[in-house]
Design a protein around this ligand. Structure first.
Ligand SMILES: *Cc1c(COP(=O)(O)O)cnc(C)c1O
Length: 378
């Protein structure tokens, strides 16, 4: 049912998985809440669905859209981004080694320290902004390289094509967390990655009101089948209404990303010139060490940035507390701008610098956002 072949990206975002309902002519997709689907007396499939934990019509539409947008053969939706990450990592055989980025989403780090060792999966944290560091780590044998670019929260950039080459030379797969960039800005599968992961809770959902995750596979191969089987059995499937909301988010994703990017770029310029700021981590700034790679592999630089405030932890907390429009909250990718002192929410062993604040730049008028930061920094 590939009616979307050959469409340009923004058209795909609107039309992928959006077939008019053949029964009613409804243009917006119906939501089917049924947990079970009729089968024959000996369990023969009648329609092509059986039980909601395995699949349901809205999740199917979403998966079709995600595969089209990332340019993969198949996509799997999950109940959250972490469910997607753990499905992928826990599908590896015991005694596998996995490379993860030194700067990454804290949930991945927690999975790596608290759960993967019990399964005999060893993780090594590597600075993946240096491809040669990956080569060194691969020398001891690696099953999977997990990249995240831009990374959370330091906005490190890694060269996806270079990492894919090195991983493949060593017989490893490359998976890429594309949550910050979204396929609007960056398509890792086209650069050689084997799997893309999303927390669809963020930009895909786009309104801070739905939790979800996804894996998109370049090939519908054995690995895909294994992860699919795992989701069927363990049940980290996406609920129908959540799938529906995330699918709706796809339609406006390119338009929203343009404004997130434009606002973030203006904020980055303002902050880079502000005397109270020691450092701005935004790949769109020419001073960013990953700028050249980001300019090559991304269409624009995204709506996330982090700042390191002069004066350390106390100064950073004062700025976060002074902000009026930016809301102090975790998560990202919604319409409203958010700020978070990451070190405070990273548990007993924070890894983010104590003077770092992460900003999720929303869709407000950028003049208001700049005014809010200006008053908070004085
Ligand atoms: C939020 C996030 C996740 C985890 O996703 P959840 O939907 O919260 O489970 C993973 N990676 C990145 C980069 C994220 O921002």
């Amino acid at each position: 049912m590939n009616t979307t072949f050959g469409m340009k990206f923004d058209t795909l975002a609107v039309h992928a998985g959006a077939e008019v309902d053949p029964q009613t002519g409804a243009v917006a997709p119906p939501i089917h809440l049924s947990t079970t689907f009729r089968h024959g007396p000996a369990g023969e499939r009648v329609e092509d669905l059986e039980y909601q934990r395995e699949d349901h019509p809205t999740q199917r539409r979403l998966q079709e859209a995600l595969a089209a947008l990332e340019g993969g053969e198949r996509a799997l939706a999950f109940a959250s981004g972490m469910a997607a990450i753990s499905a992928m990592l826990e599908s590896l055989p015991a005694h596998s080694r996995v490379v993860i980025p030194d700067d990454c989403y804290s949930g991945l780090r927690n999975l790596a320290t608290d759960f993967l060792p019990e399964r005999g999966i060893e993780t090594v944290a590597v600075d993946l902004s240096e491809p040669e560091a990956l080569r060194a780590a691969c020398a001891r044998g690696v099953a999977l390289v997990w990249a995240e670019t831009p990374s959370n929260p330091r906005m490190k950039i890694c060269d996806i094509a270079a990492l894919a080459r090195i991983a493949h030379e060593h017989g490893a797969l490359l998976a890429c967390d594309n949550t910050f960039a979204t396929p609007v800005l960056q398509r890792p599968l086209a650069l050689g990655a084997d799997v893309v992961m999303h927390s669809t809770t963020k930009y895909f959902g786009g309104h801070s009101d739905v939790l979800g995750g996804a894996l998109v596979f370049a090939r519908a191969d054995e690995r895909f089948e294994r992860v699919l089987h795992r989701r069927h059995v363990t049940g980290a499937t996406l609920a129908p209404f959540s799938a529906w909301l995330i699918l709706r988010g796809c339609r406006s994703l390119p338009a929203r990303m343009r404004m997130h990017c434009a606002n973030a770029r203006k904020l980055a310029d303002f902050l880079a010139a502000h005397p109270a700021i020691e450092r701005v981590n935004y790949p769109g700034l020419e001073s960013h060490p990953g700028h050249a790679v980001a300019a090559r592999q991304m269409r624009d630089f995204g709506g996330m940035l982090s700042i390191e405030v002069r004066g350390g932890r106390e100064a950073a907390l004062r700025v976060a507390g002074n902000l009026k429009l930016f809301i102090n909250a975790t998560s990202l990718g919604g319409c409203e701008s958010l700020v978070e002192h990451r070190a405070s929410v990273e548990g007993a062993h924070p890894v983010s610098p104590q003077n770092l604040l992460r900003l999720s730049v929303g869709l407000e008028d950028v003049e208001d956002l700049i005014a809010d930061l200006r008053q908070a920094l004085t």
